[in-house]
Design a protein around this ligand. Structure first.
Ligand code: GMT
Length: 375
């Protein structure tokens, strides 16, 4: 099958999921065309099965807002015709489902029928999509997709609660390629970041408000009062500066390392002892799953789809959003006893393996077949 994947190419869960799915589909013999404004960060290799087509948005000085959707839908039409693409799979509803539907209609006008699958990822529903200024168009394009998928039961519930959705939503969770993690890194140079006696606590995100970055610093403040530890803060985003200031104010700046965006998160996670994810909302929490597959237990908020991946008392602990005290106490409980830490590490790996890509890609293939029948 020839599949066009539309996604955000930046550091962020939806782009990562779309990219990893595309690579896996190509490995199973499909021809995959990524169509977006930049080569996705996790897409290292292009070959006869993996193509990348850049969407250019001509800058016109009289426009206050440059029309990306227009450029994307035109590019989709051109690429579908040029490469005889069979199906569109758009990730993140805004504006991809909208642009995809426009492309579908333009192609229809030329006698070409193409099915469109839309995958909802989270903030396209819970934060941005549900804003009154976007809601009408988001509802419309979800309803016009041939098949709609959501990354967790929780996101499915949120979508049905927040929008007037007239069709079925299939749940296909985020996934991980467990095979890739038998990497046996020999360069786990833990000692470059922390002393032997220090526990390493990690957070990875795009540092937006929804991640409650200051909670992370406050949880860590309590942890380091009880045991020697360091915090690795990986990523870039609007809340980073505030987090740097807060760690200075709390007098722990020497123990908090801000690493910026990294393409080597598995190396960072392989020497982490604990992952913190106290988000306000999280449709699934891919970052938690990536931590767990690297044997890193997770202290998280009990929100959205997180409880579908982080199992309370098994792979980590869940607390109410904002309950920094409880999160810190649970973190200390895991970190201070080596036997307990080992148990949580091994449980985290076991739980993560349930989301192996080998279970998930065939589900998407079935969904594509269904989309053909419905288009
Ligand atoms: O939240 C992010 O860091 C990025 C965001 C995105 O859309 O790129 O992630 C969302 O999609 C991921 C992949 O499906 C989910 O694992 C994340 O939980 C979800 N983020 C939120 O819901 C806040």
């Amino acid at each position: 099958m020839k599949i066009a994947i539309v996604c955000y190419p930046t550091f962020g869960g939806s782009g990562v999921v779309a990219t990893e799915l595309g690579i896996a589909l190509a490995n199973r013999g499909h021809e995959v065309h990524f169509i977006t404004y930049k080569q996705p960060v996790r897409l290292a290799m292009l070959n006869s099965k993996i193509h990348f087509h850049e969407v250019h948005v001509p800058q016109y000085p009289l426009f206050k807002y440059q029309p990306y959707e227009l450029a994307l839908s035109s590019k989709l039409v051109d690429m579908v015709k040029l490469y005889k693409i069979d199906l569109l799979h758009v990730h993140y509803a805004i504006p991809h489902a909208y642009a995809g539907y426009m492309a579908k209609k333009m192609l229809e006008d030329q006698g070409i029928t193409i099915p469109m699958v839309t995958t909802l990822h989270g903030t396209d529903i819970t934060l941005v999509g549900n804003h009154p200024d976007y809601k009408t168009a988001v509802s419309f394009s979800i309803n016009k997709s041939d098949v709609v998928t959501a990354v967790s039961q929780s996101l499915k519930r949120d979508t049905l609660r927040l929008f007037d959705i007239k069709q079925d939503i299939e749940v296909v969770p985020n996934f991980i390629d467990a095979g890739k993690y038998n990497h046996g890194f020999t360069d786990c140079q833990r000692d470059m970041l922390a002393g032997e006696e220090e526990r390493i606590v990690t957070h990875i995100s795009n540092f937006r408000k929804v991640k409650r970055i200051s909670d992370i610093i406050r949880i860590f403040y309590r942890i380091q009062q009880e045991l020697p530890a360091r915090l690795m803060m990986v990523g870039e985003g609007p809340e980073k500066e505030g987090a740097e200031k807060l760690s200075e104010e709390l007098g722990i700046a020497d123990k908090v390392i801000f690493l910026g965006n990294s393409e080597e998160i598995d190396k960072l996670l392989c020497f982490s002892d604990l992952f913190l994810l106290p988000s306000e909302t999280e449709s699934f929490g891919l970052a938690a799953l990536e931590a767990m597959i690297n044997k890193t237990p997770v202290i998280s908020s009990n929100t959205g789809g997180i409880p579908e991946v982080n199992i309370n008392g098994i792979s980590g602990y869940l607390s109410d959003v904002g309950n920094v005290e409880e999160m810190a106490n649970n973190a200390i409980k895991i970190l201070k006893d080596p036997a307990v830490l080992e148990k949580f590490k091994s449980n985290a790996l076991t739980e993560a393996k349930k989301f192996d890509i080998s279970h998930i890609v065939p589900i998407y293939e079935e969904i594509y077949q269904k989309a053909f029948q419905l288009a």
